[in-house]
Unconditional design. Structure first.
Length: 116
């Protein structure tokens, strides 16, 4: 009986929506971000803003490379905000961001973002 209750509890917990959180990291175009998966964030800091804008082209999306080397692809709303932010950034590389939203696997549903 205890095992059944535990199993039901685990299934119910897995069905809950992901919780909101703040995630920090380096913002870049999704194709380049994929190449930094599992890498040091120090490597990702060198990625250029120009590369993100050229490769992005409005179609491929943006992602965040986190301190732990995870790559989180931004949802369409986040990609639109990210494109505006990258265009306005005065930095040529190391576009550090804090993104508030919901993480589900390797996806990030963006509520807001700010440059660090």
């Amino acid at each position: 009986m205890k095992a059944f209750v535990l199993a039901v509890g685990l299934v119910a917990a897995a069905a809950l929506p992901s919780s909101a959180s703040a995630v920090t990291g380096v913002l870049m175009d999704a194709p380049c971000a994929a190449s930094y998966s599992g890498s040091s964030i120090e490597d990702a800091r060198e990625h250029s803003k120009t590369c993100s804008l050229v490769k992005m082209g409005g179609k491929k999306g943006f992602a965040l490379v986190t301190e732990s080397g995870d790559v989180l692809k931004l949802d369409p709303k986040g990609a639109k905000l990210a494109l505006q932010t990258v265009k306005l950034s005065k930095k040529d590389s190391e576009v550090m961001m804090q993104i508030d939203g919901k993480v589900k696997k390797d996806r990030l549903s963006v509520d807001s973002l700010k440059t660090l």
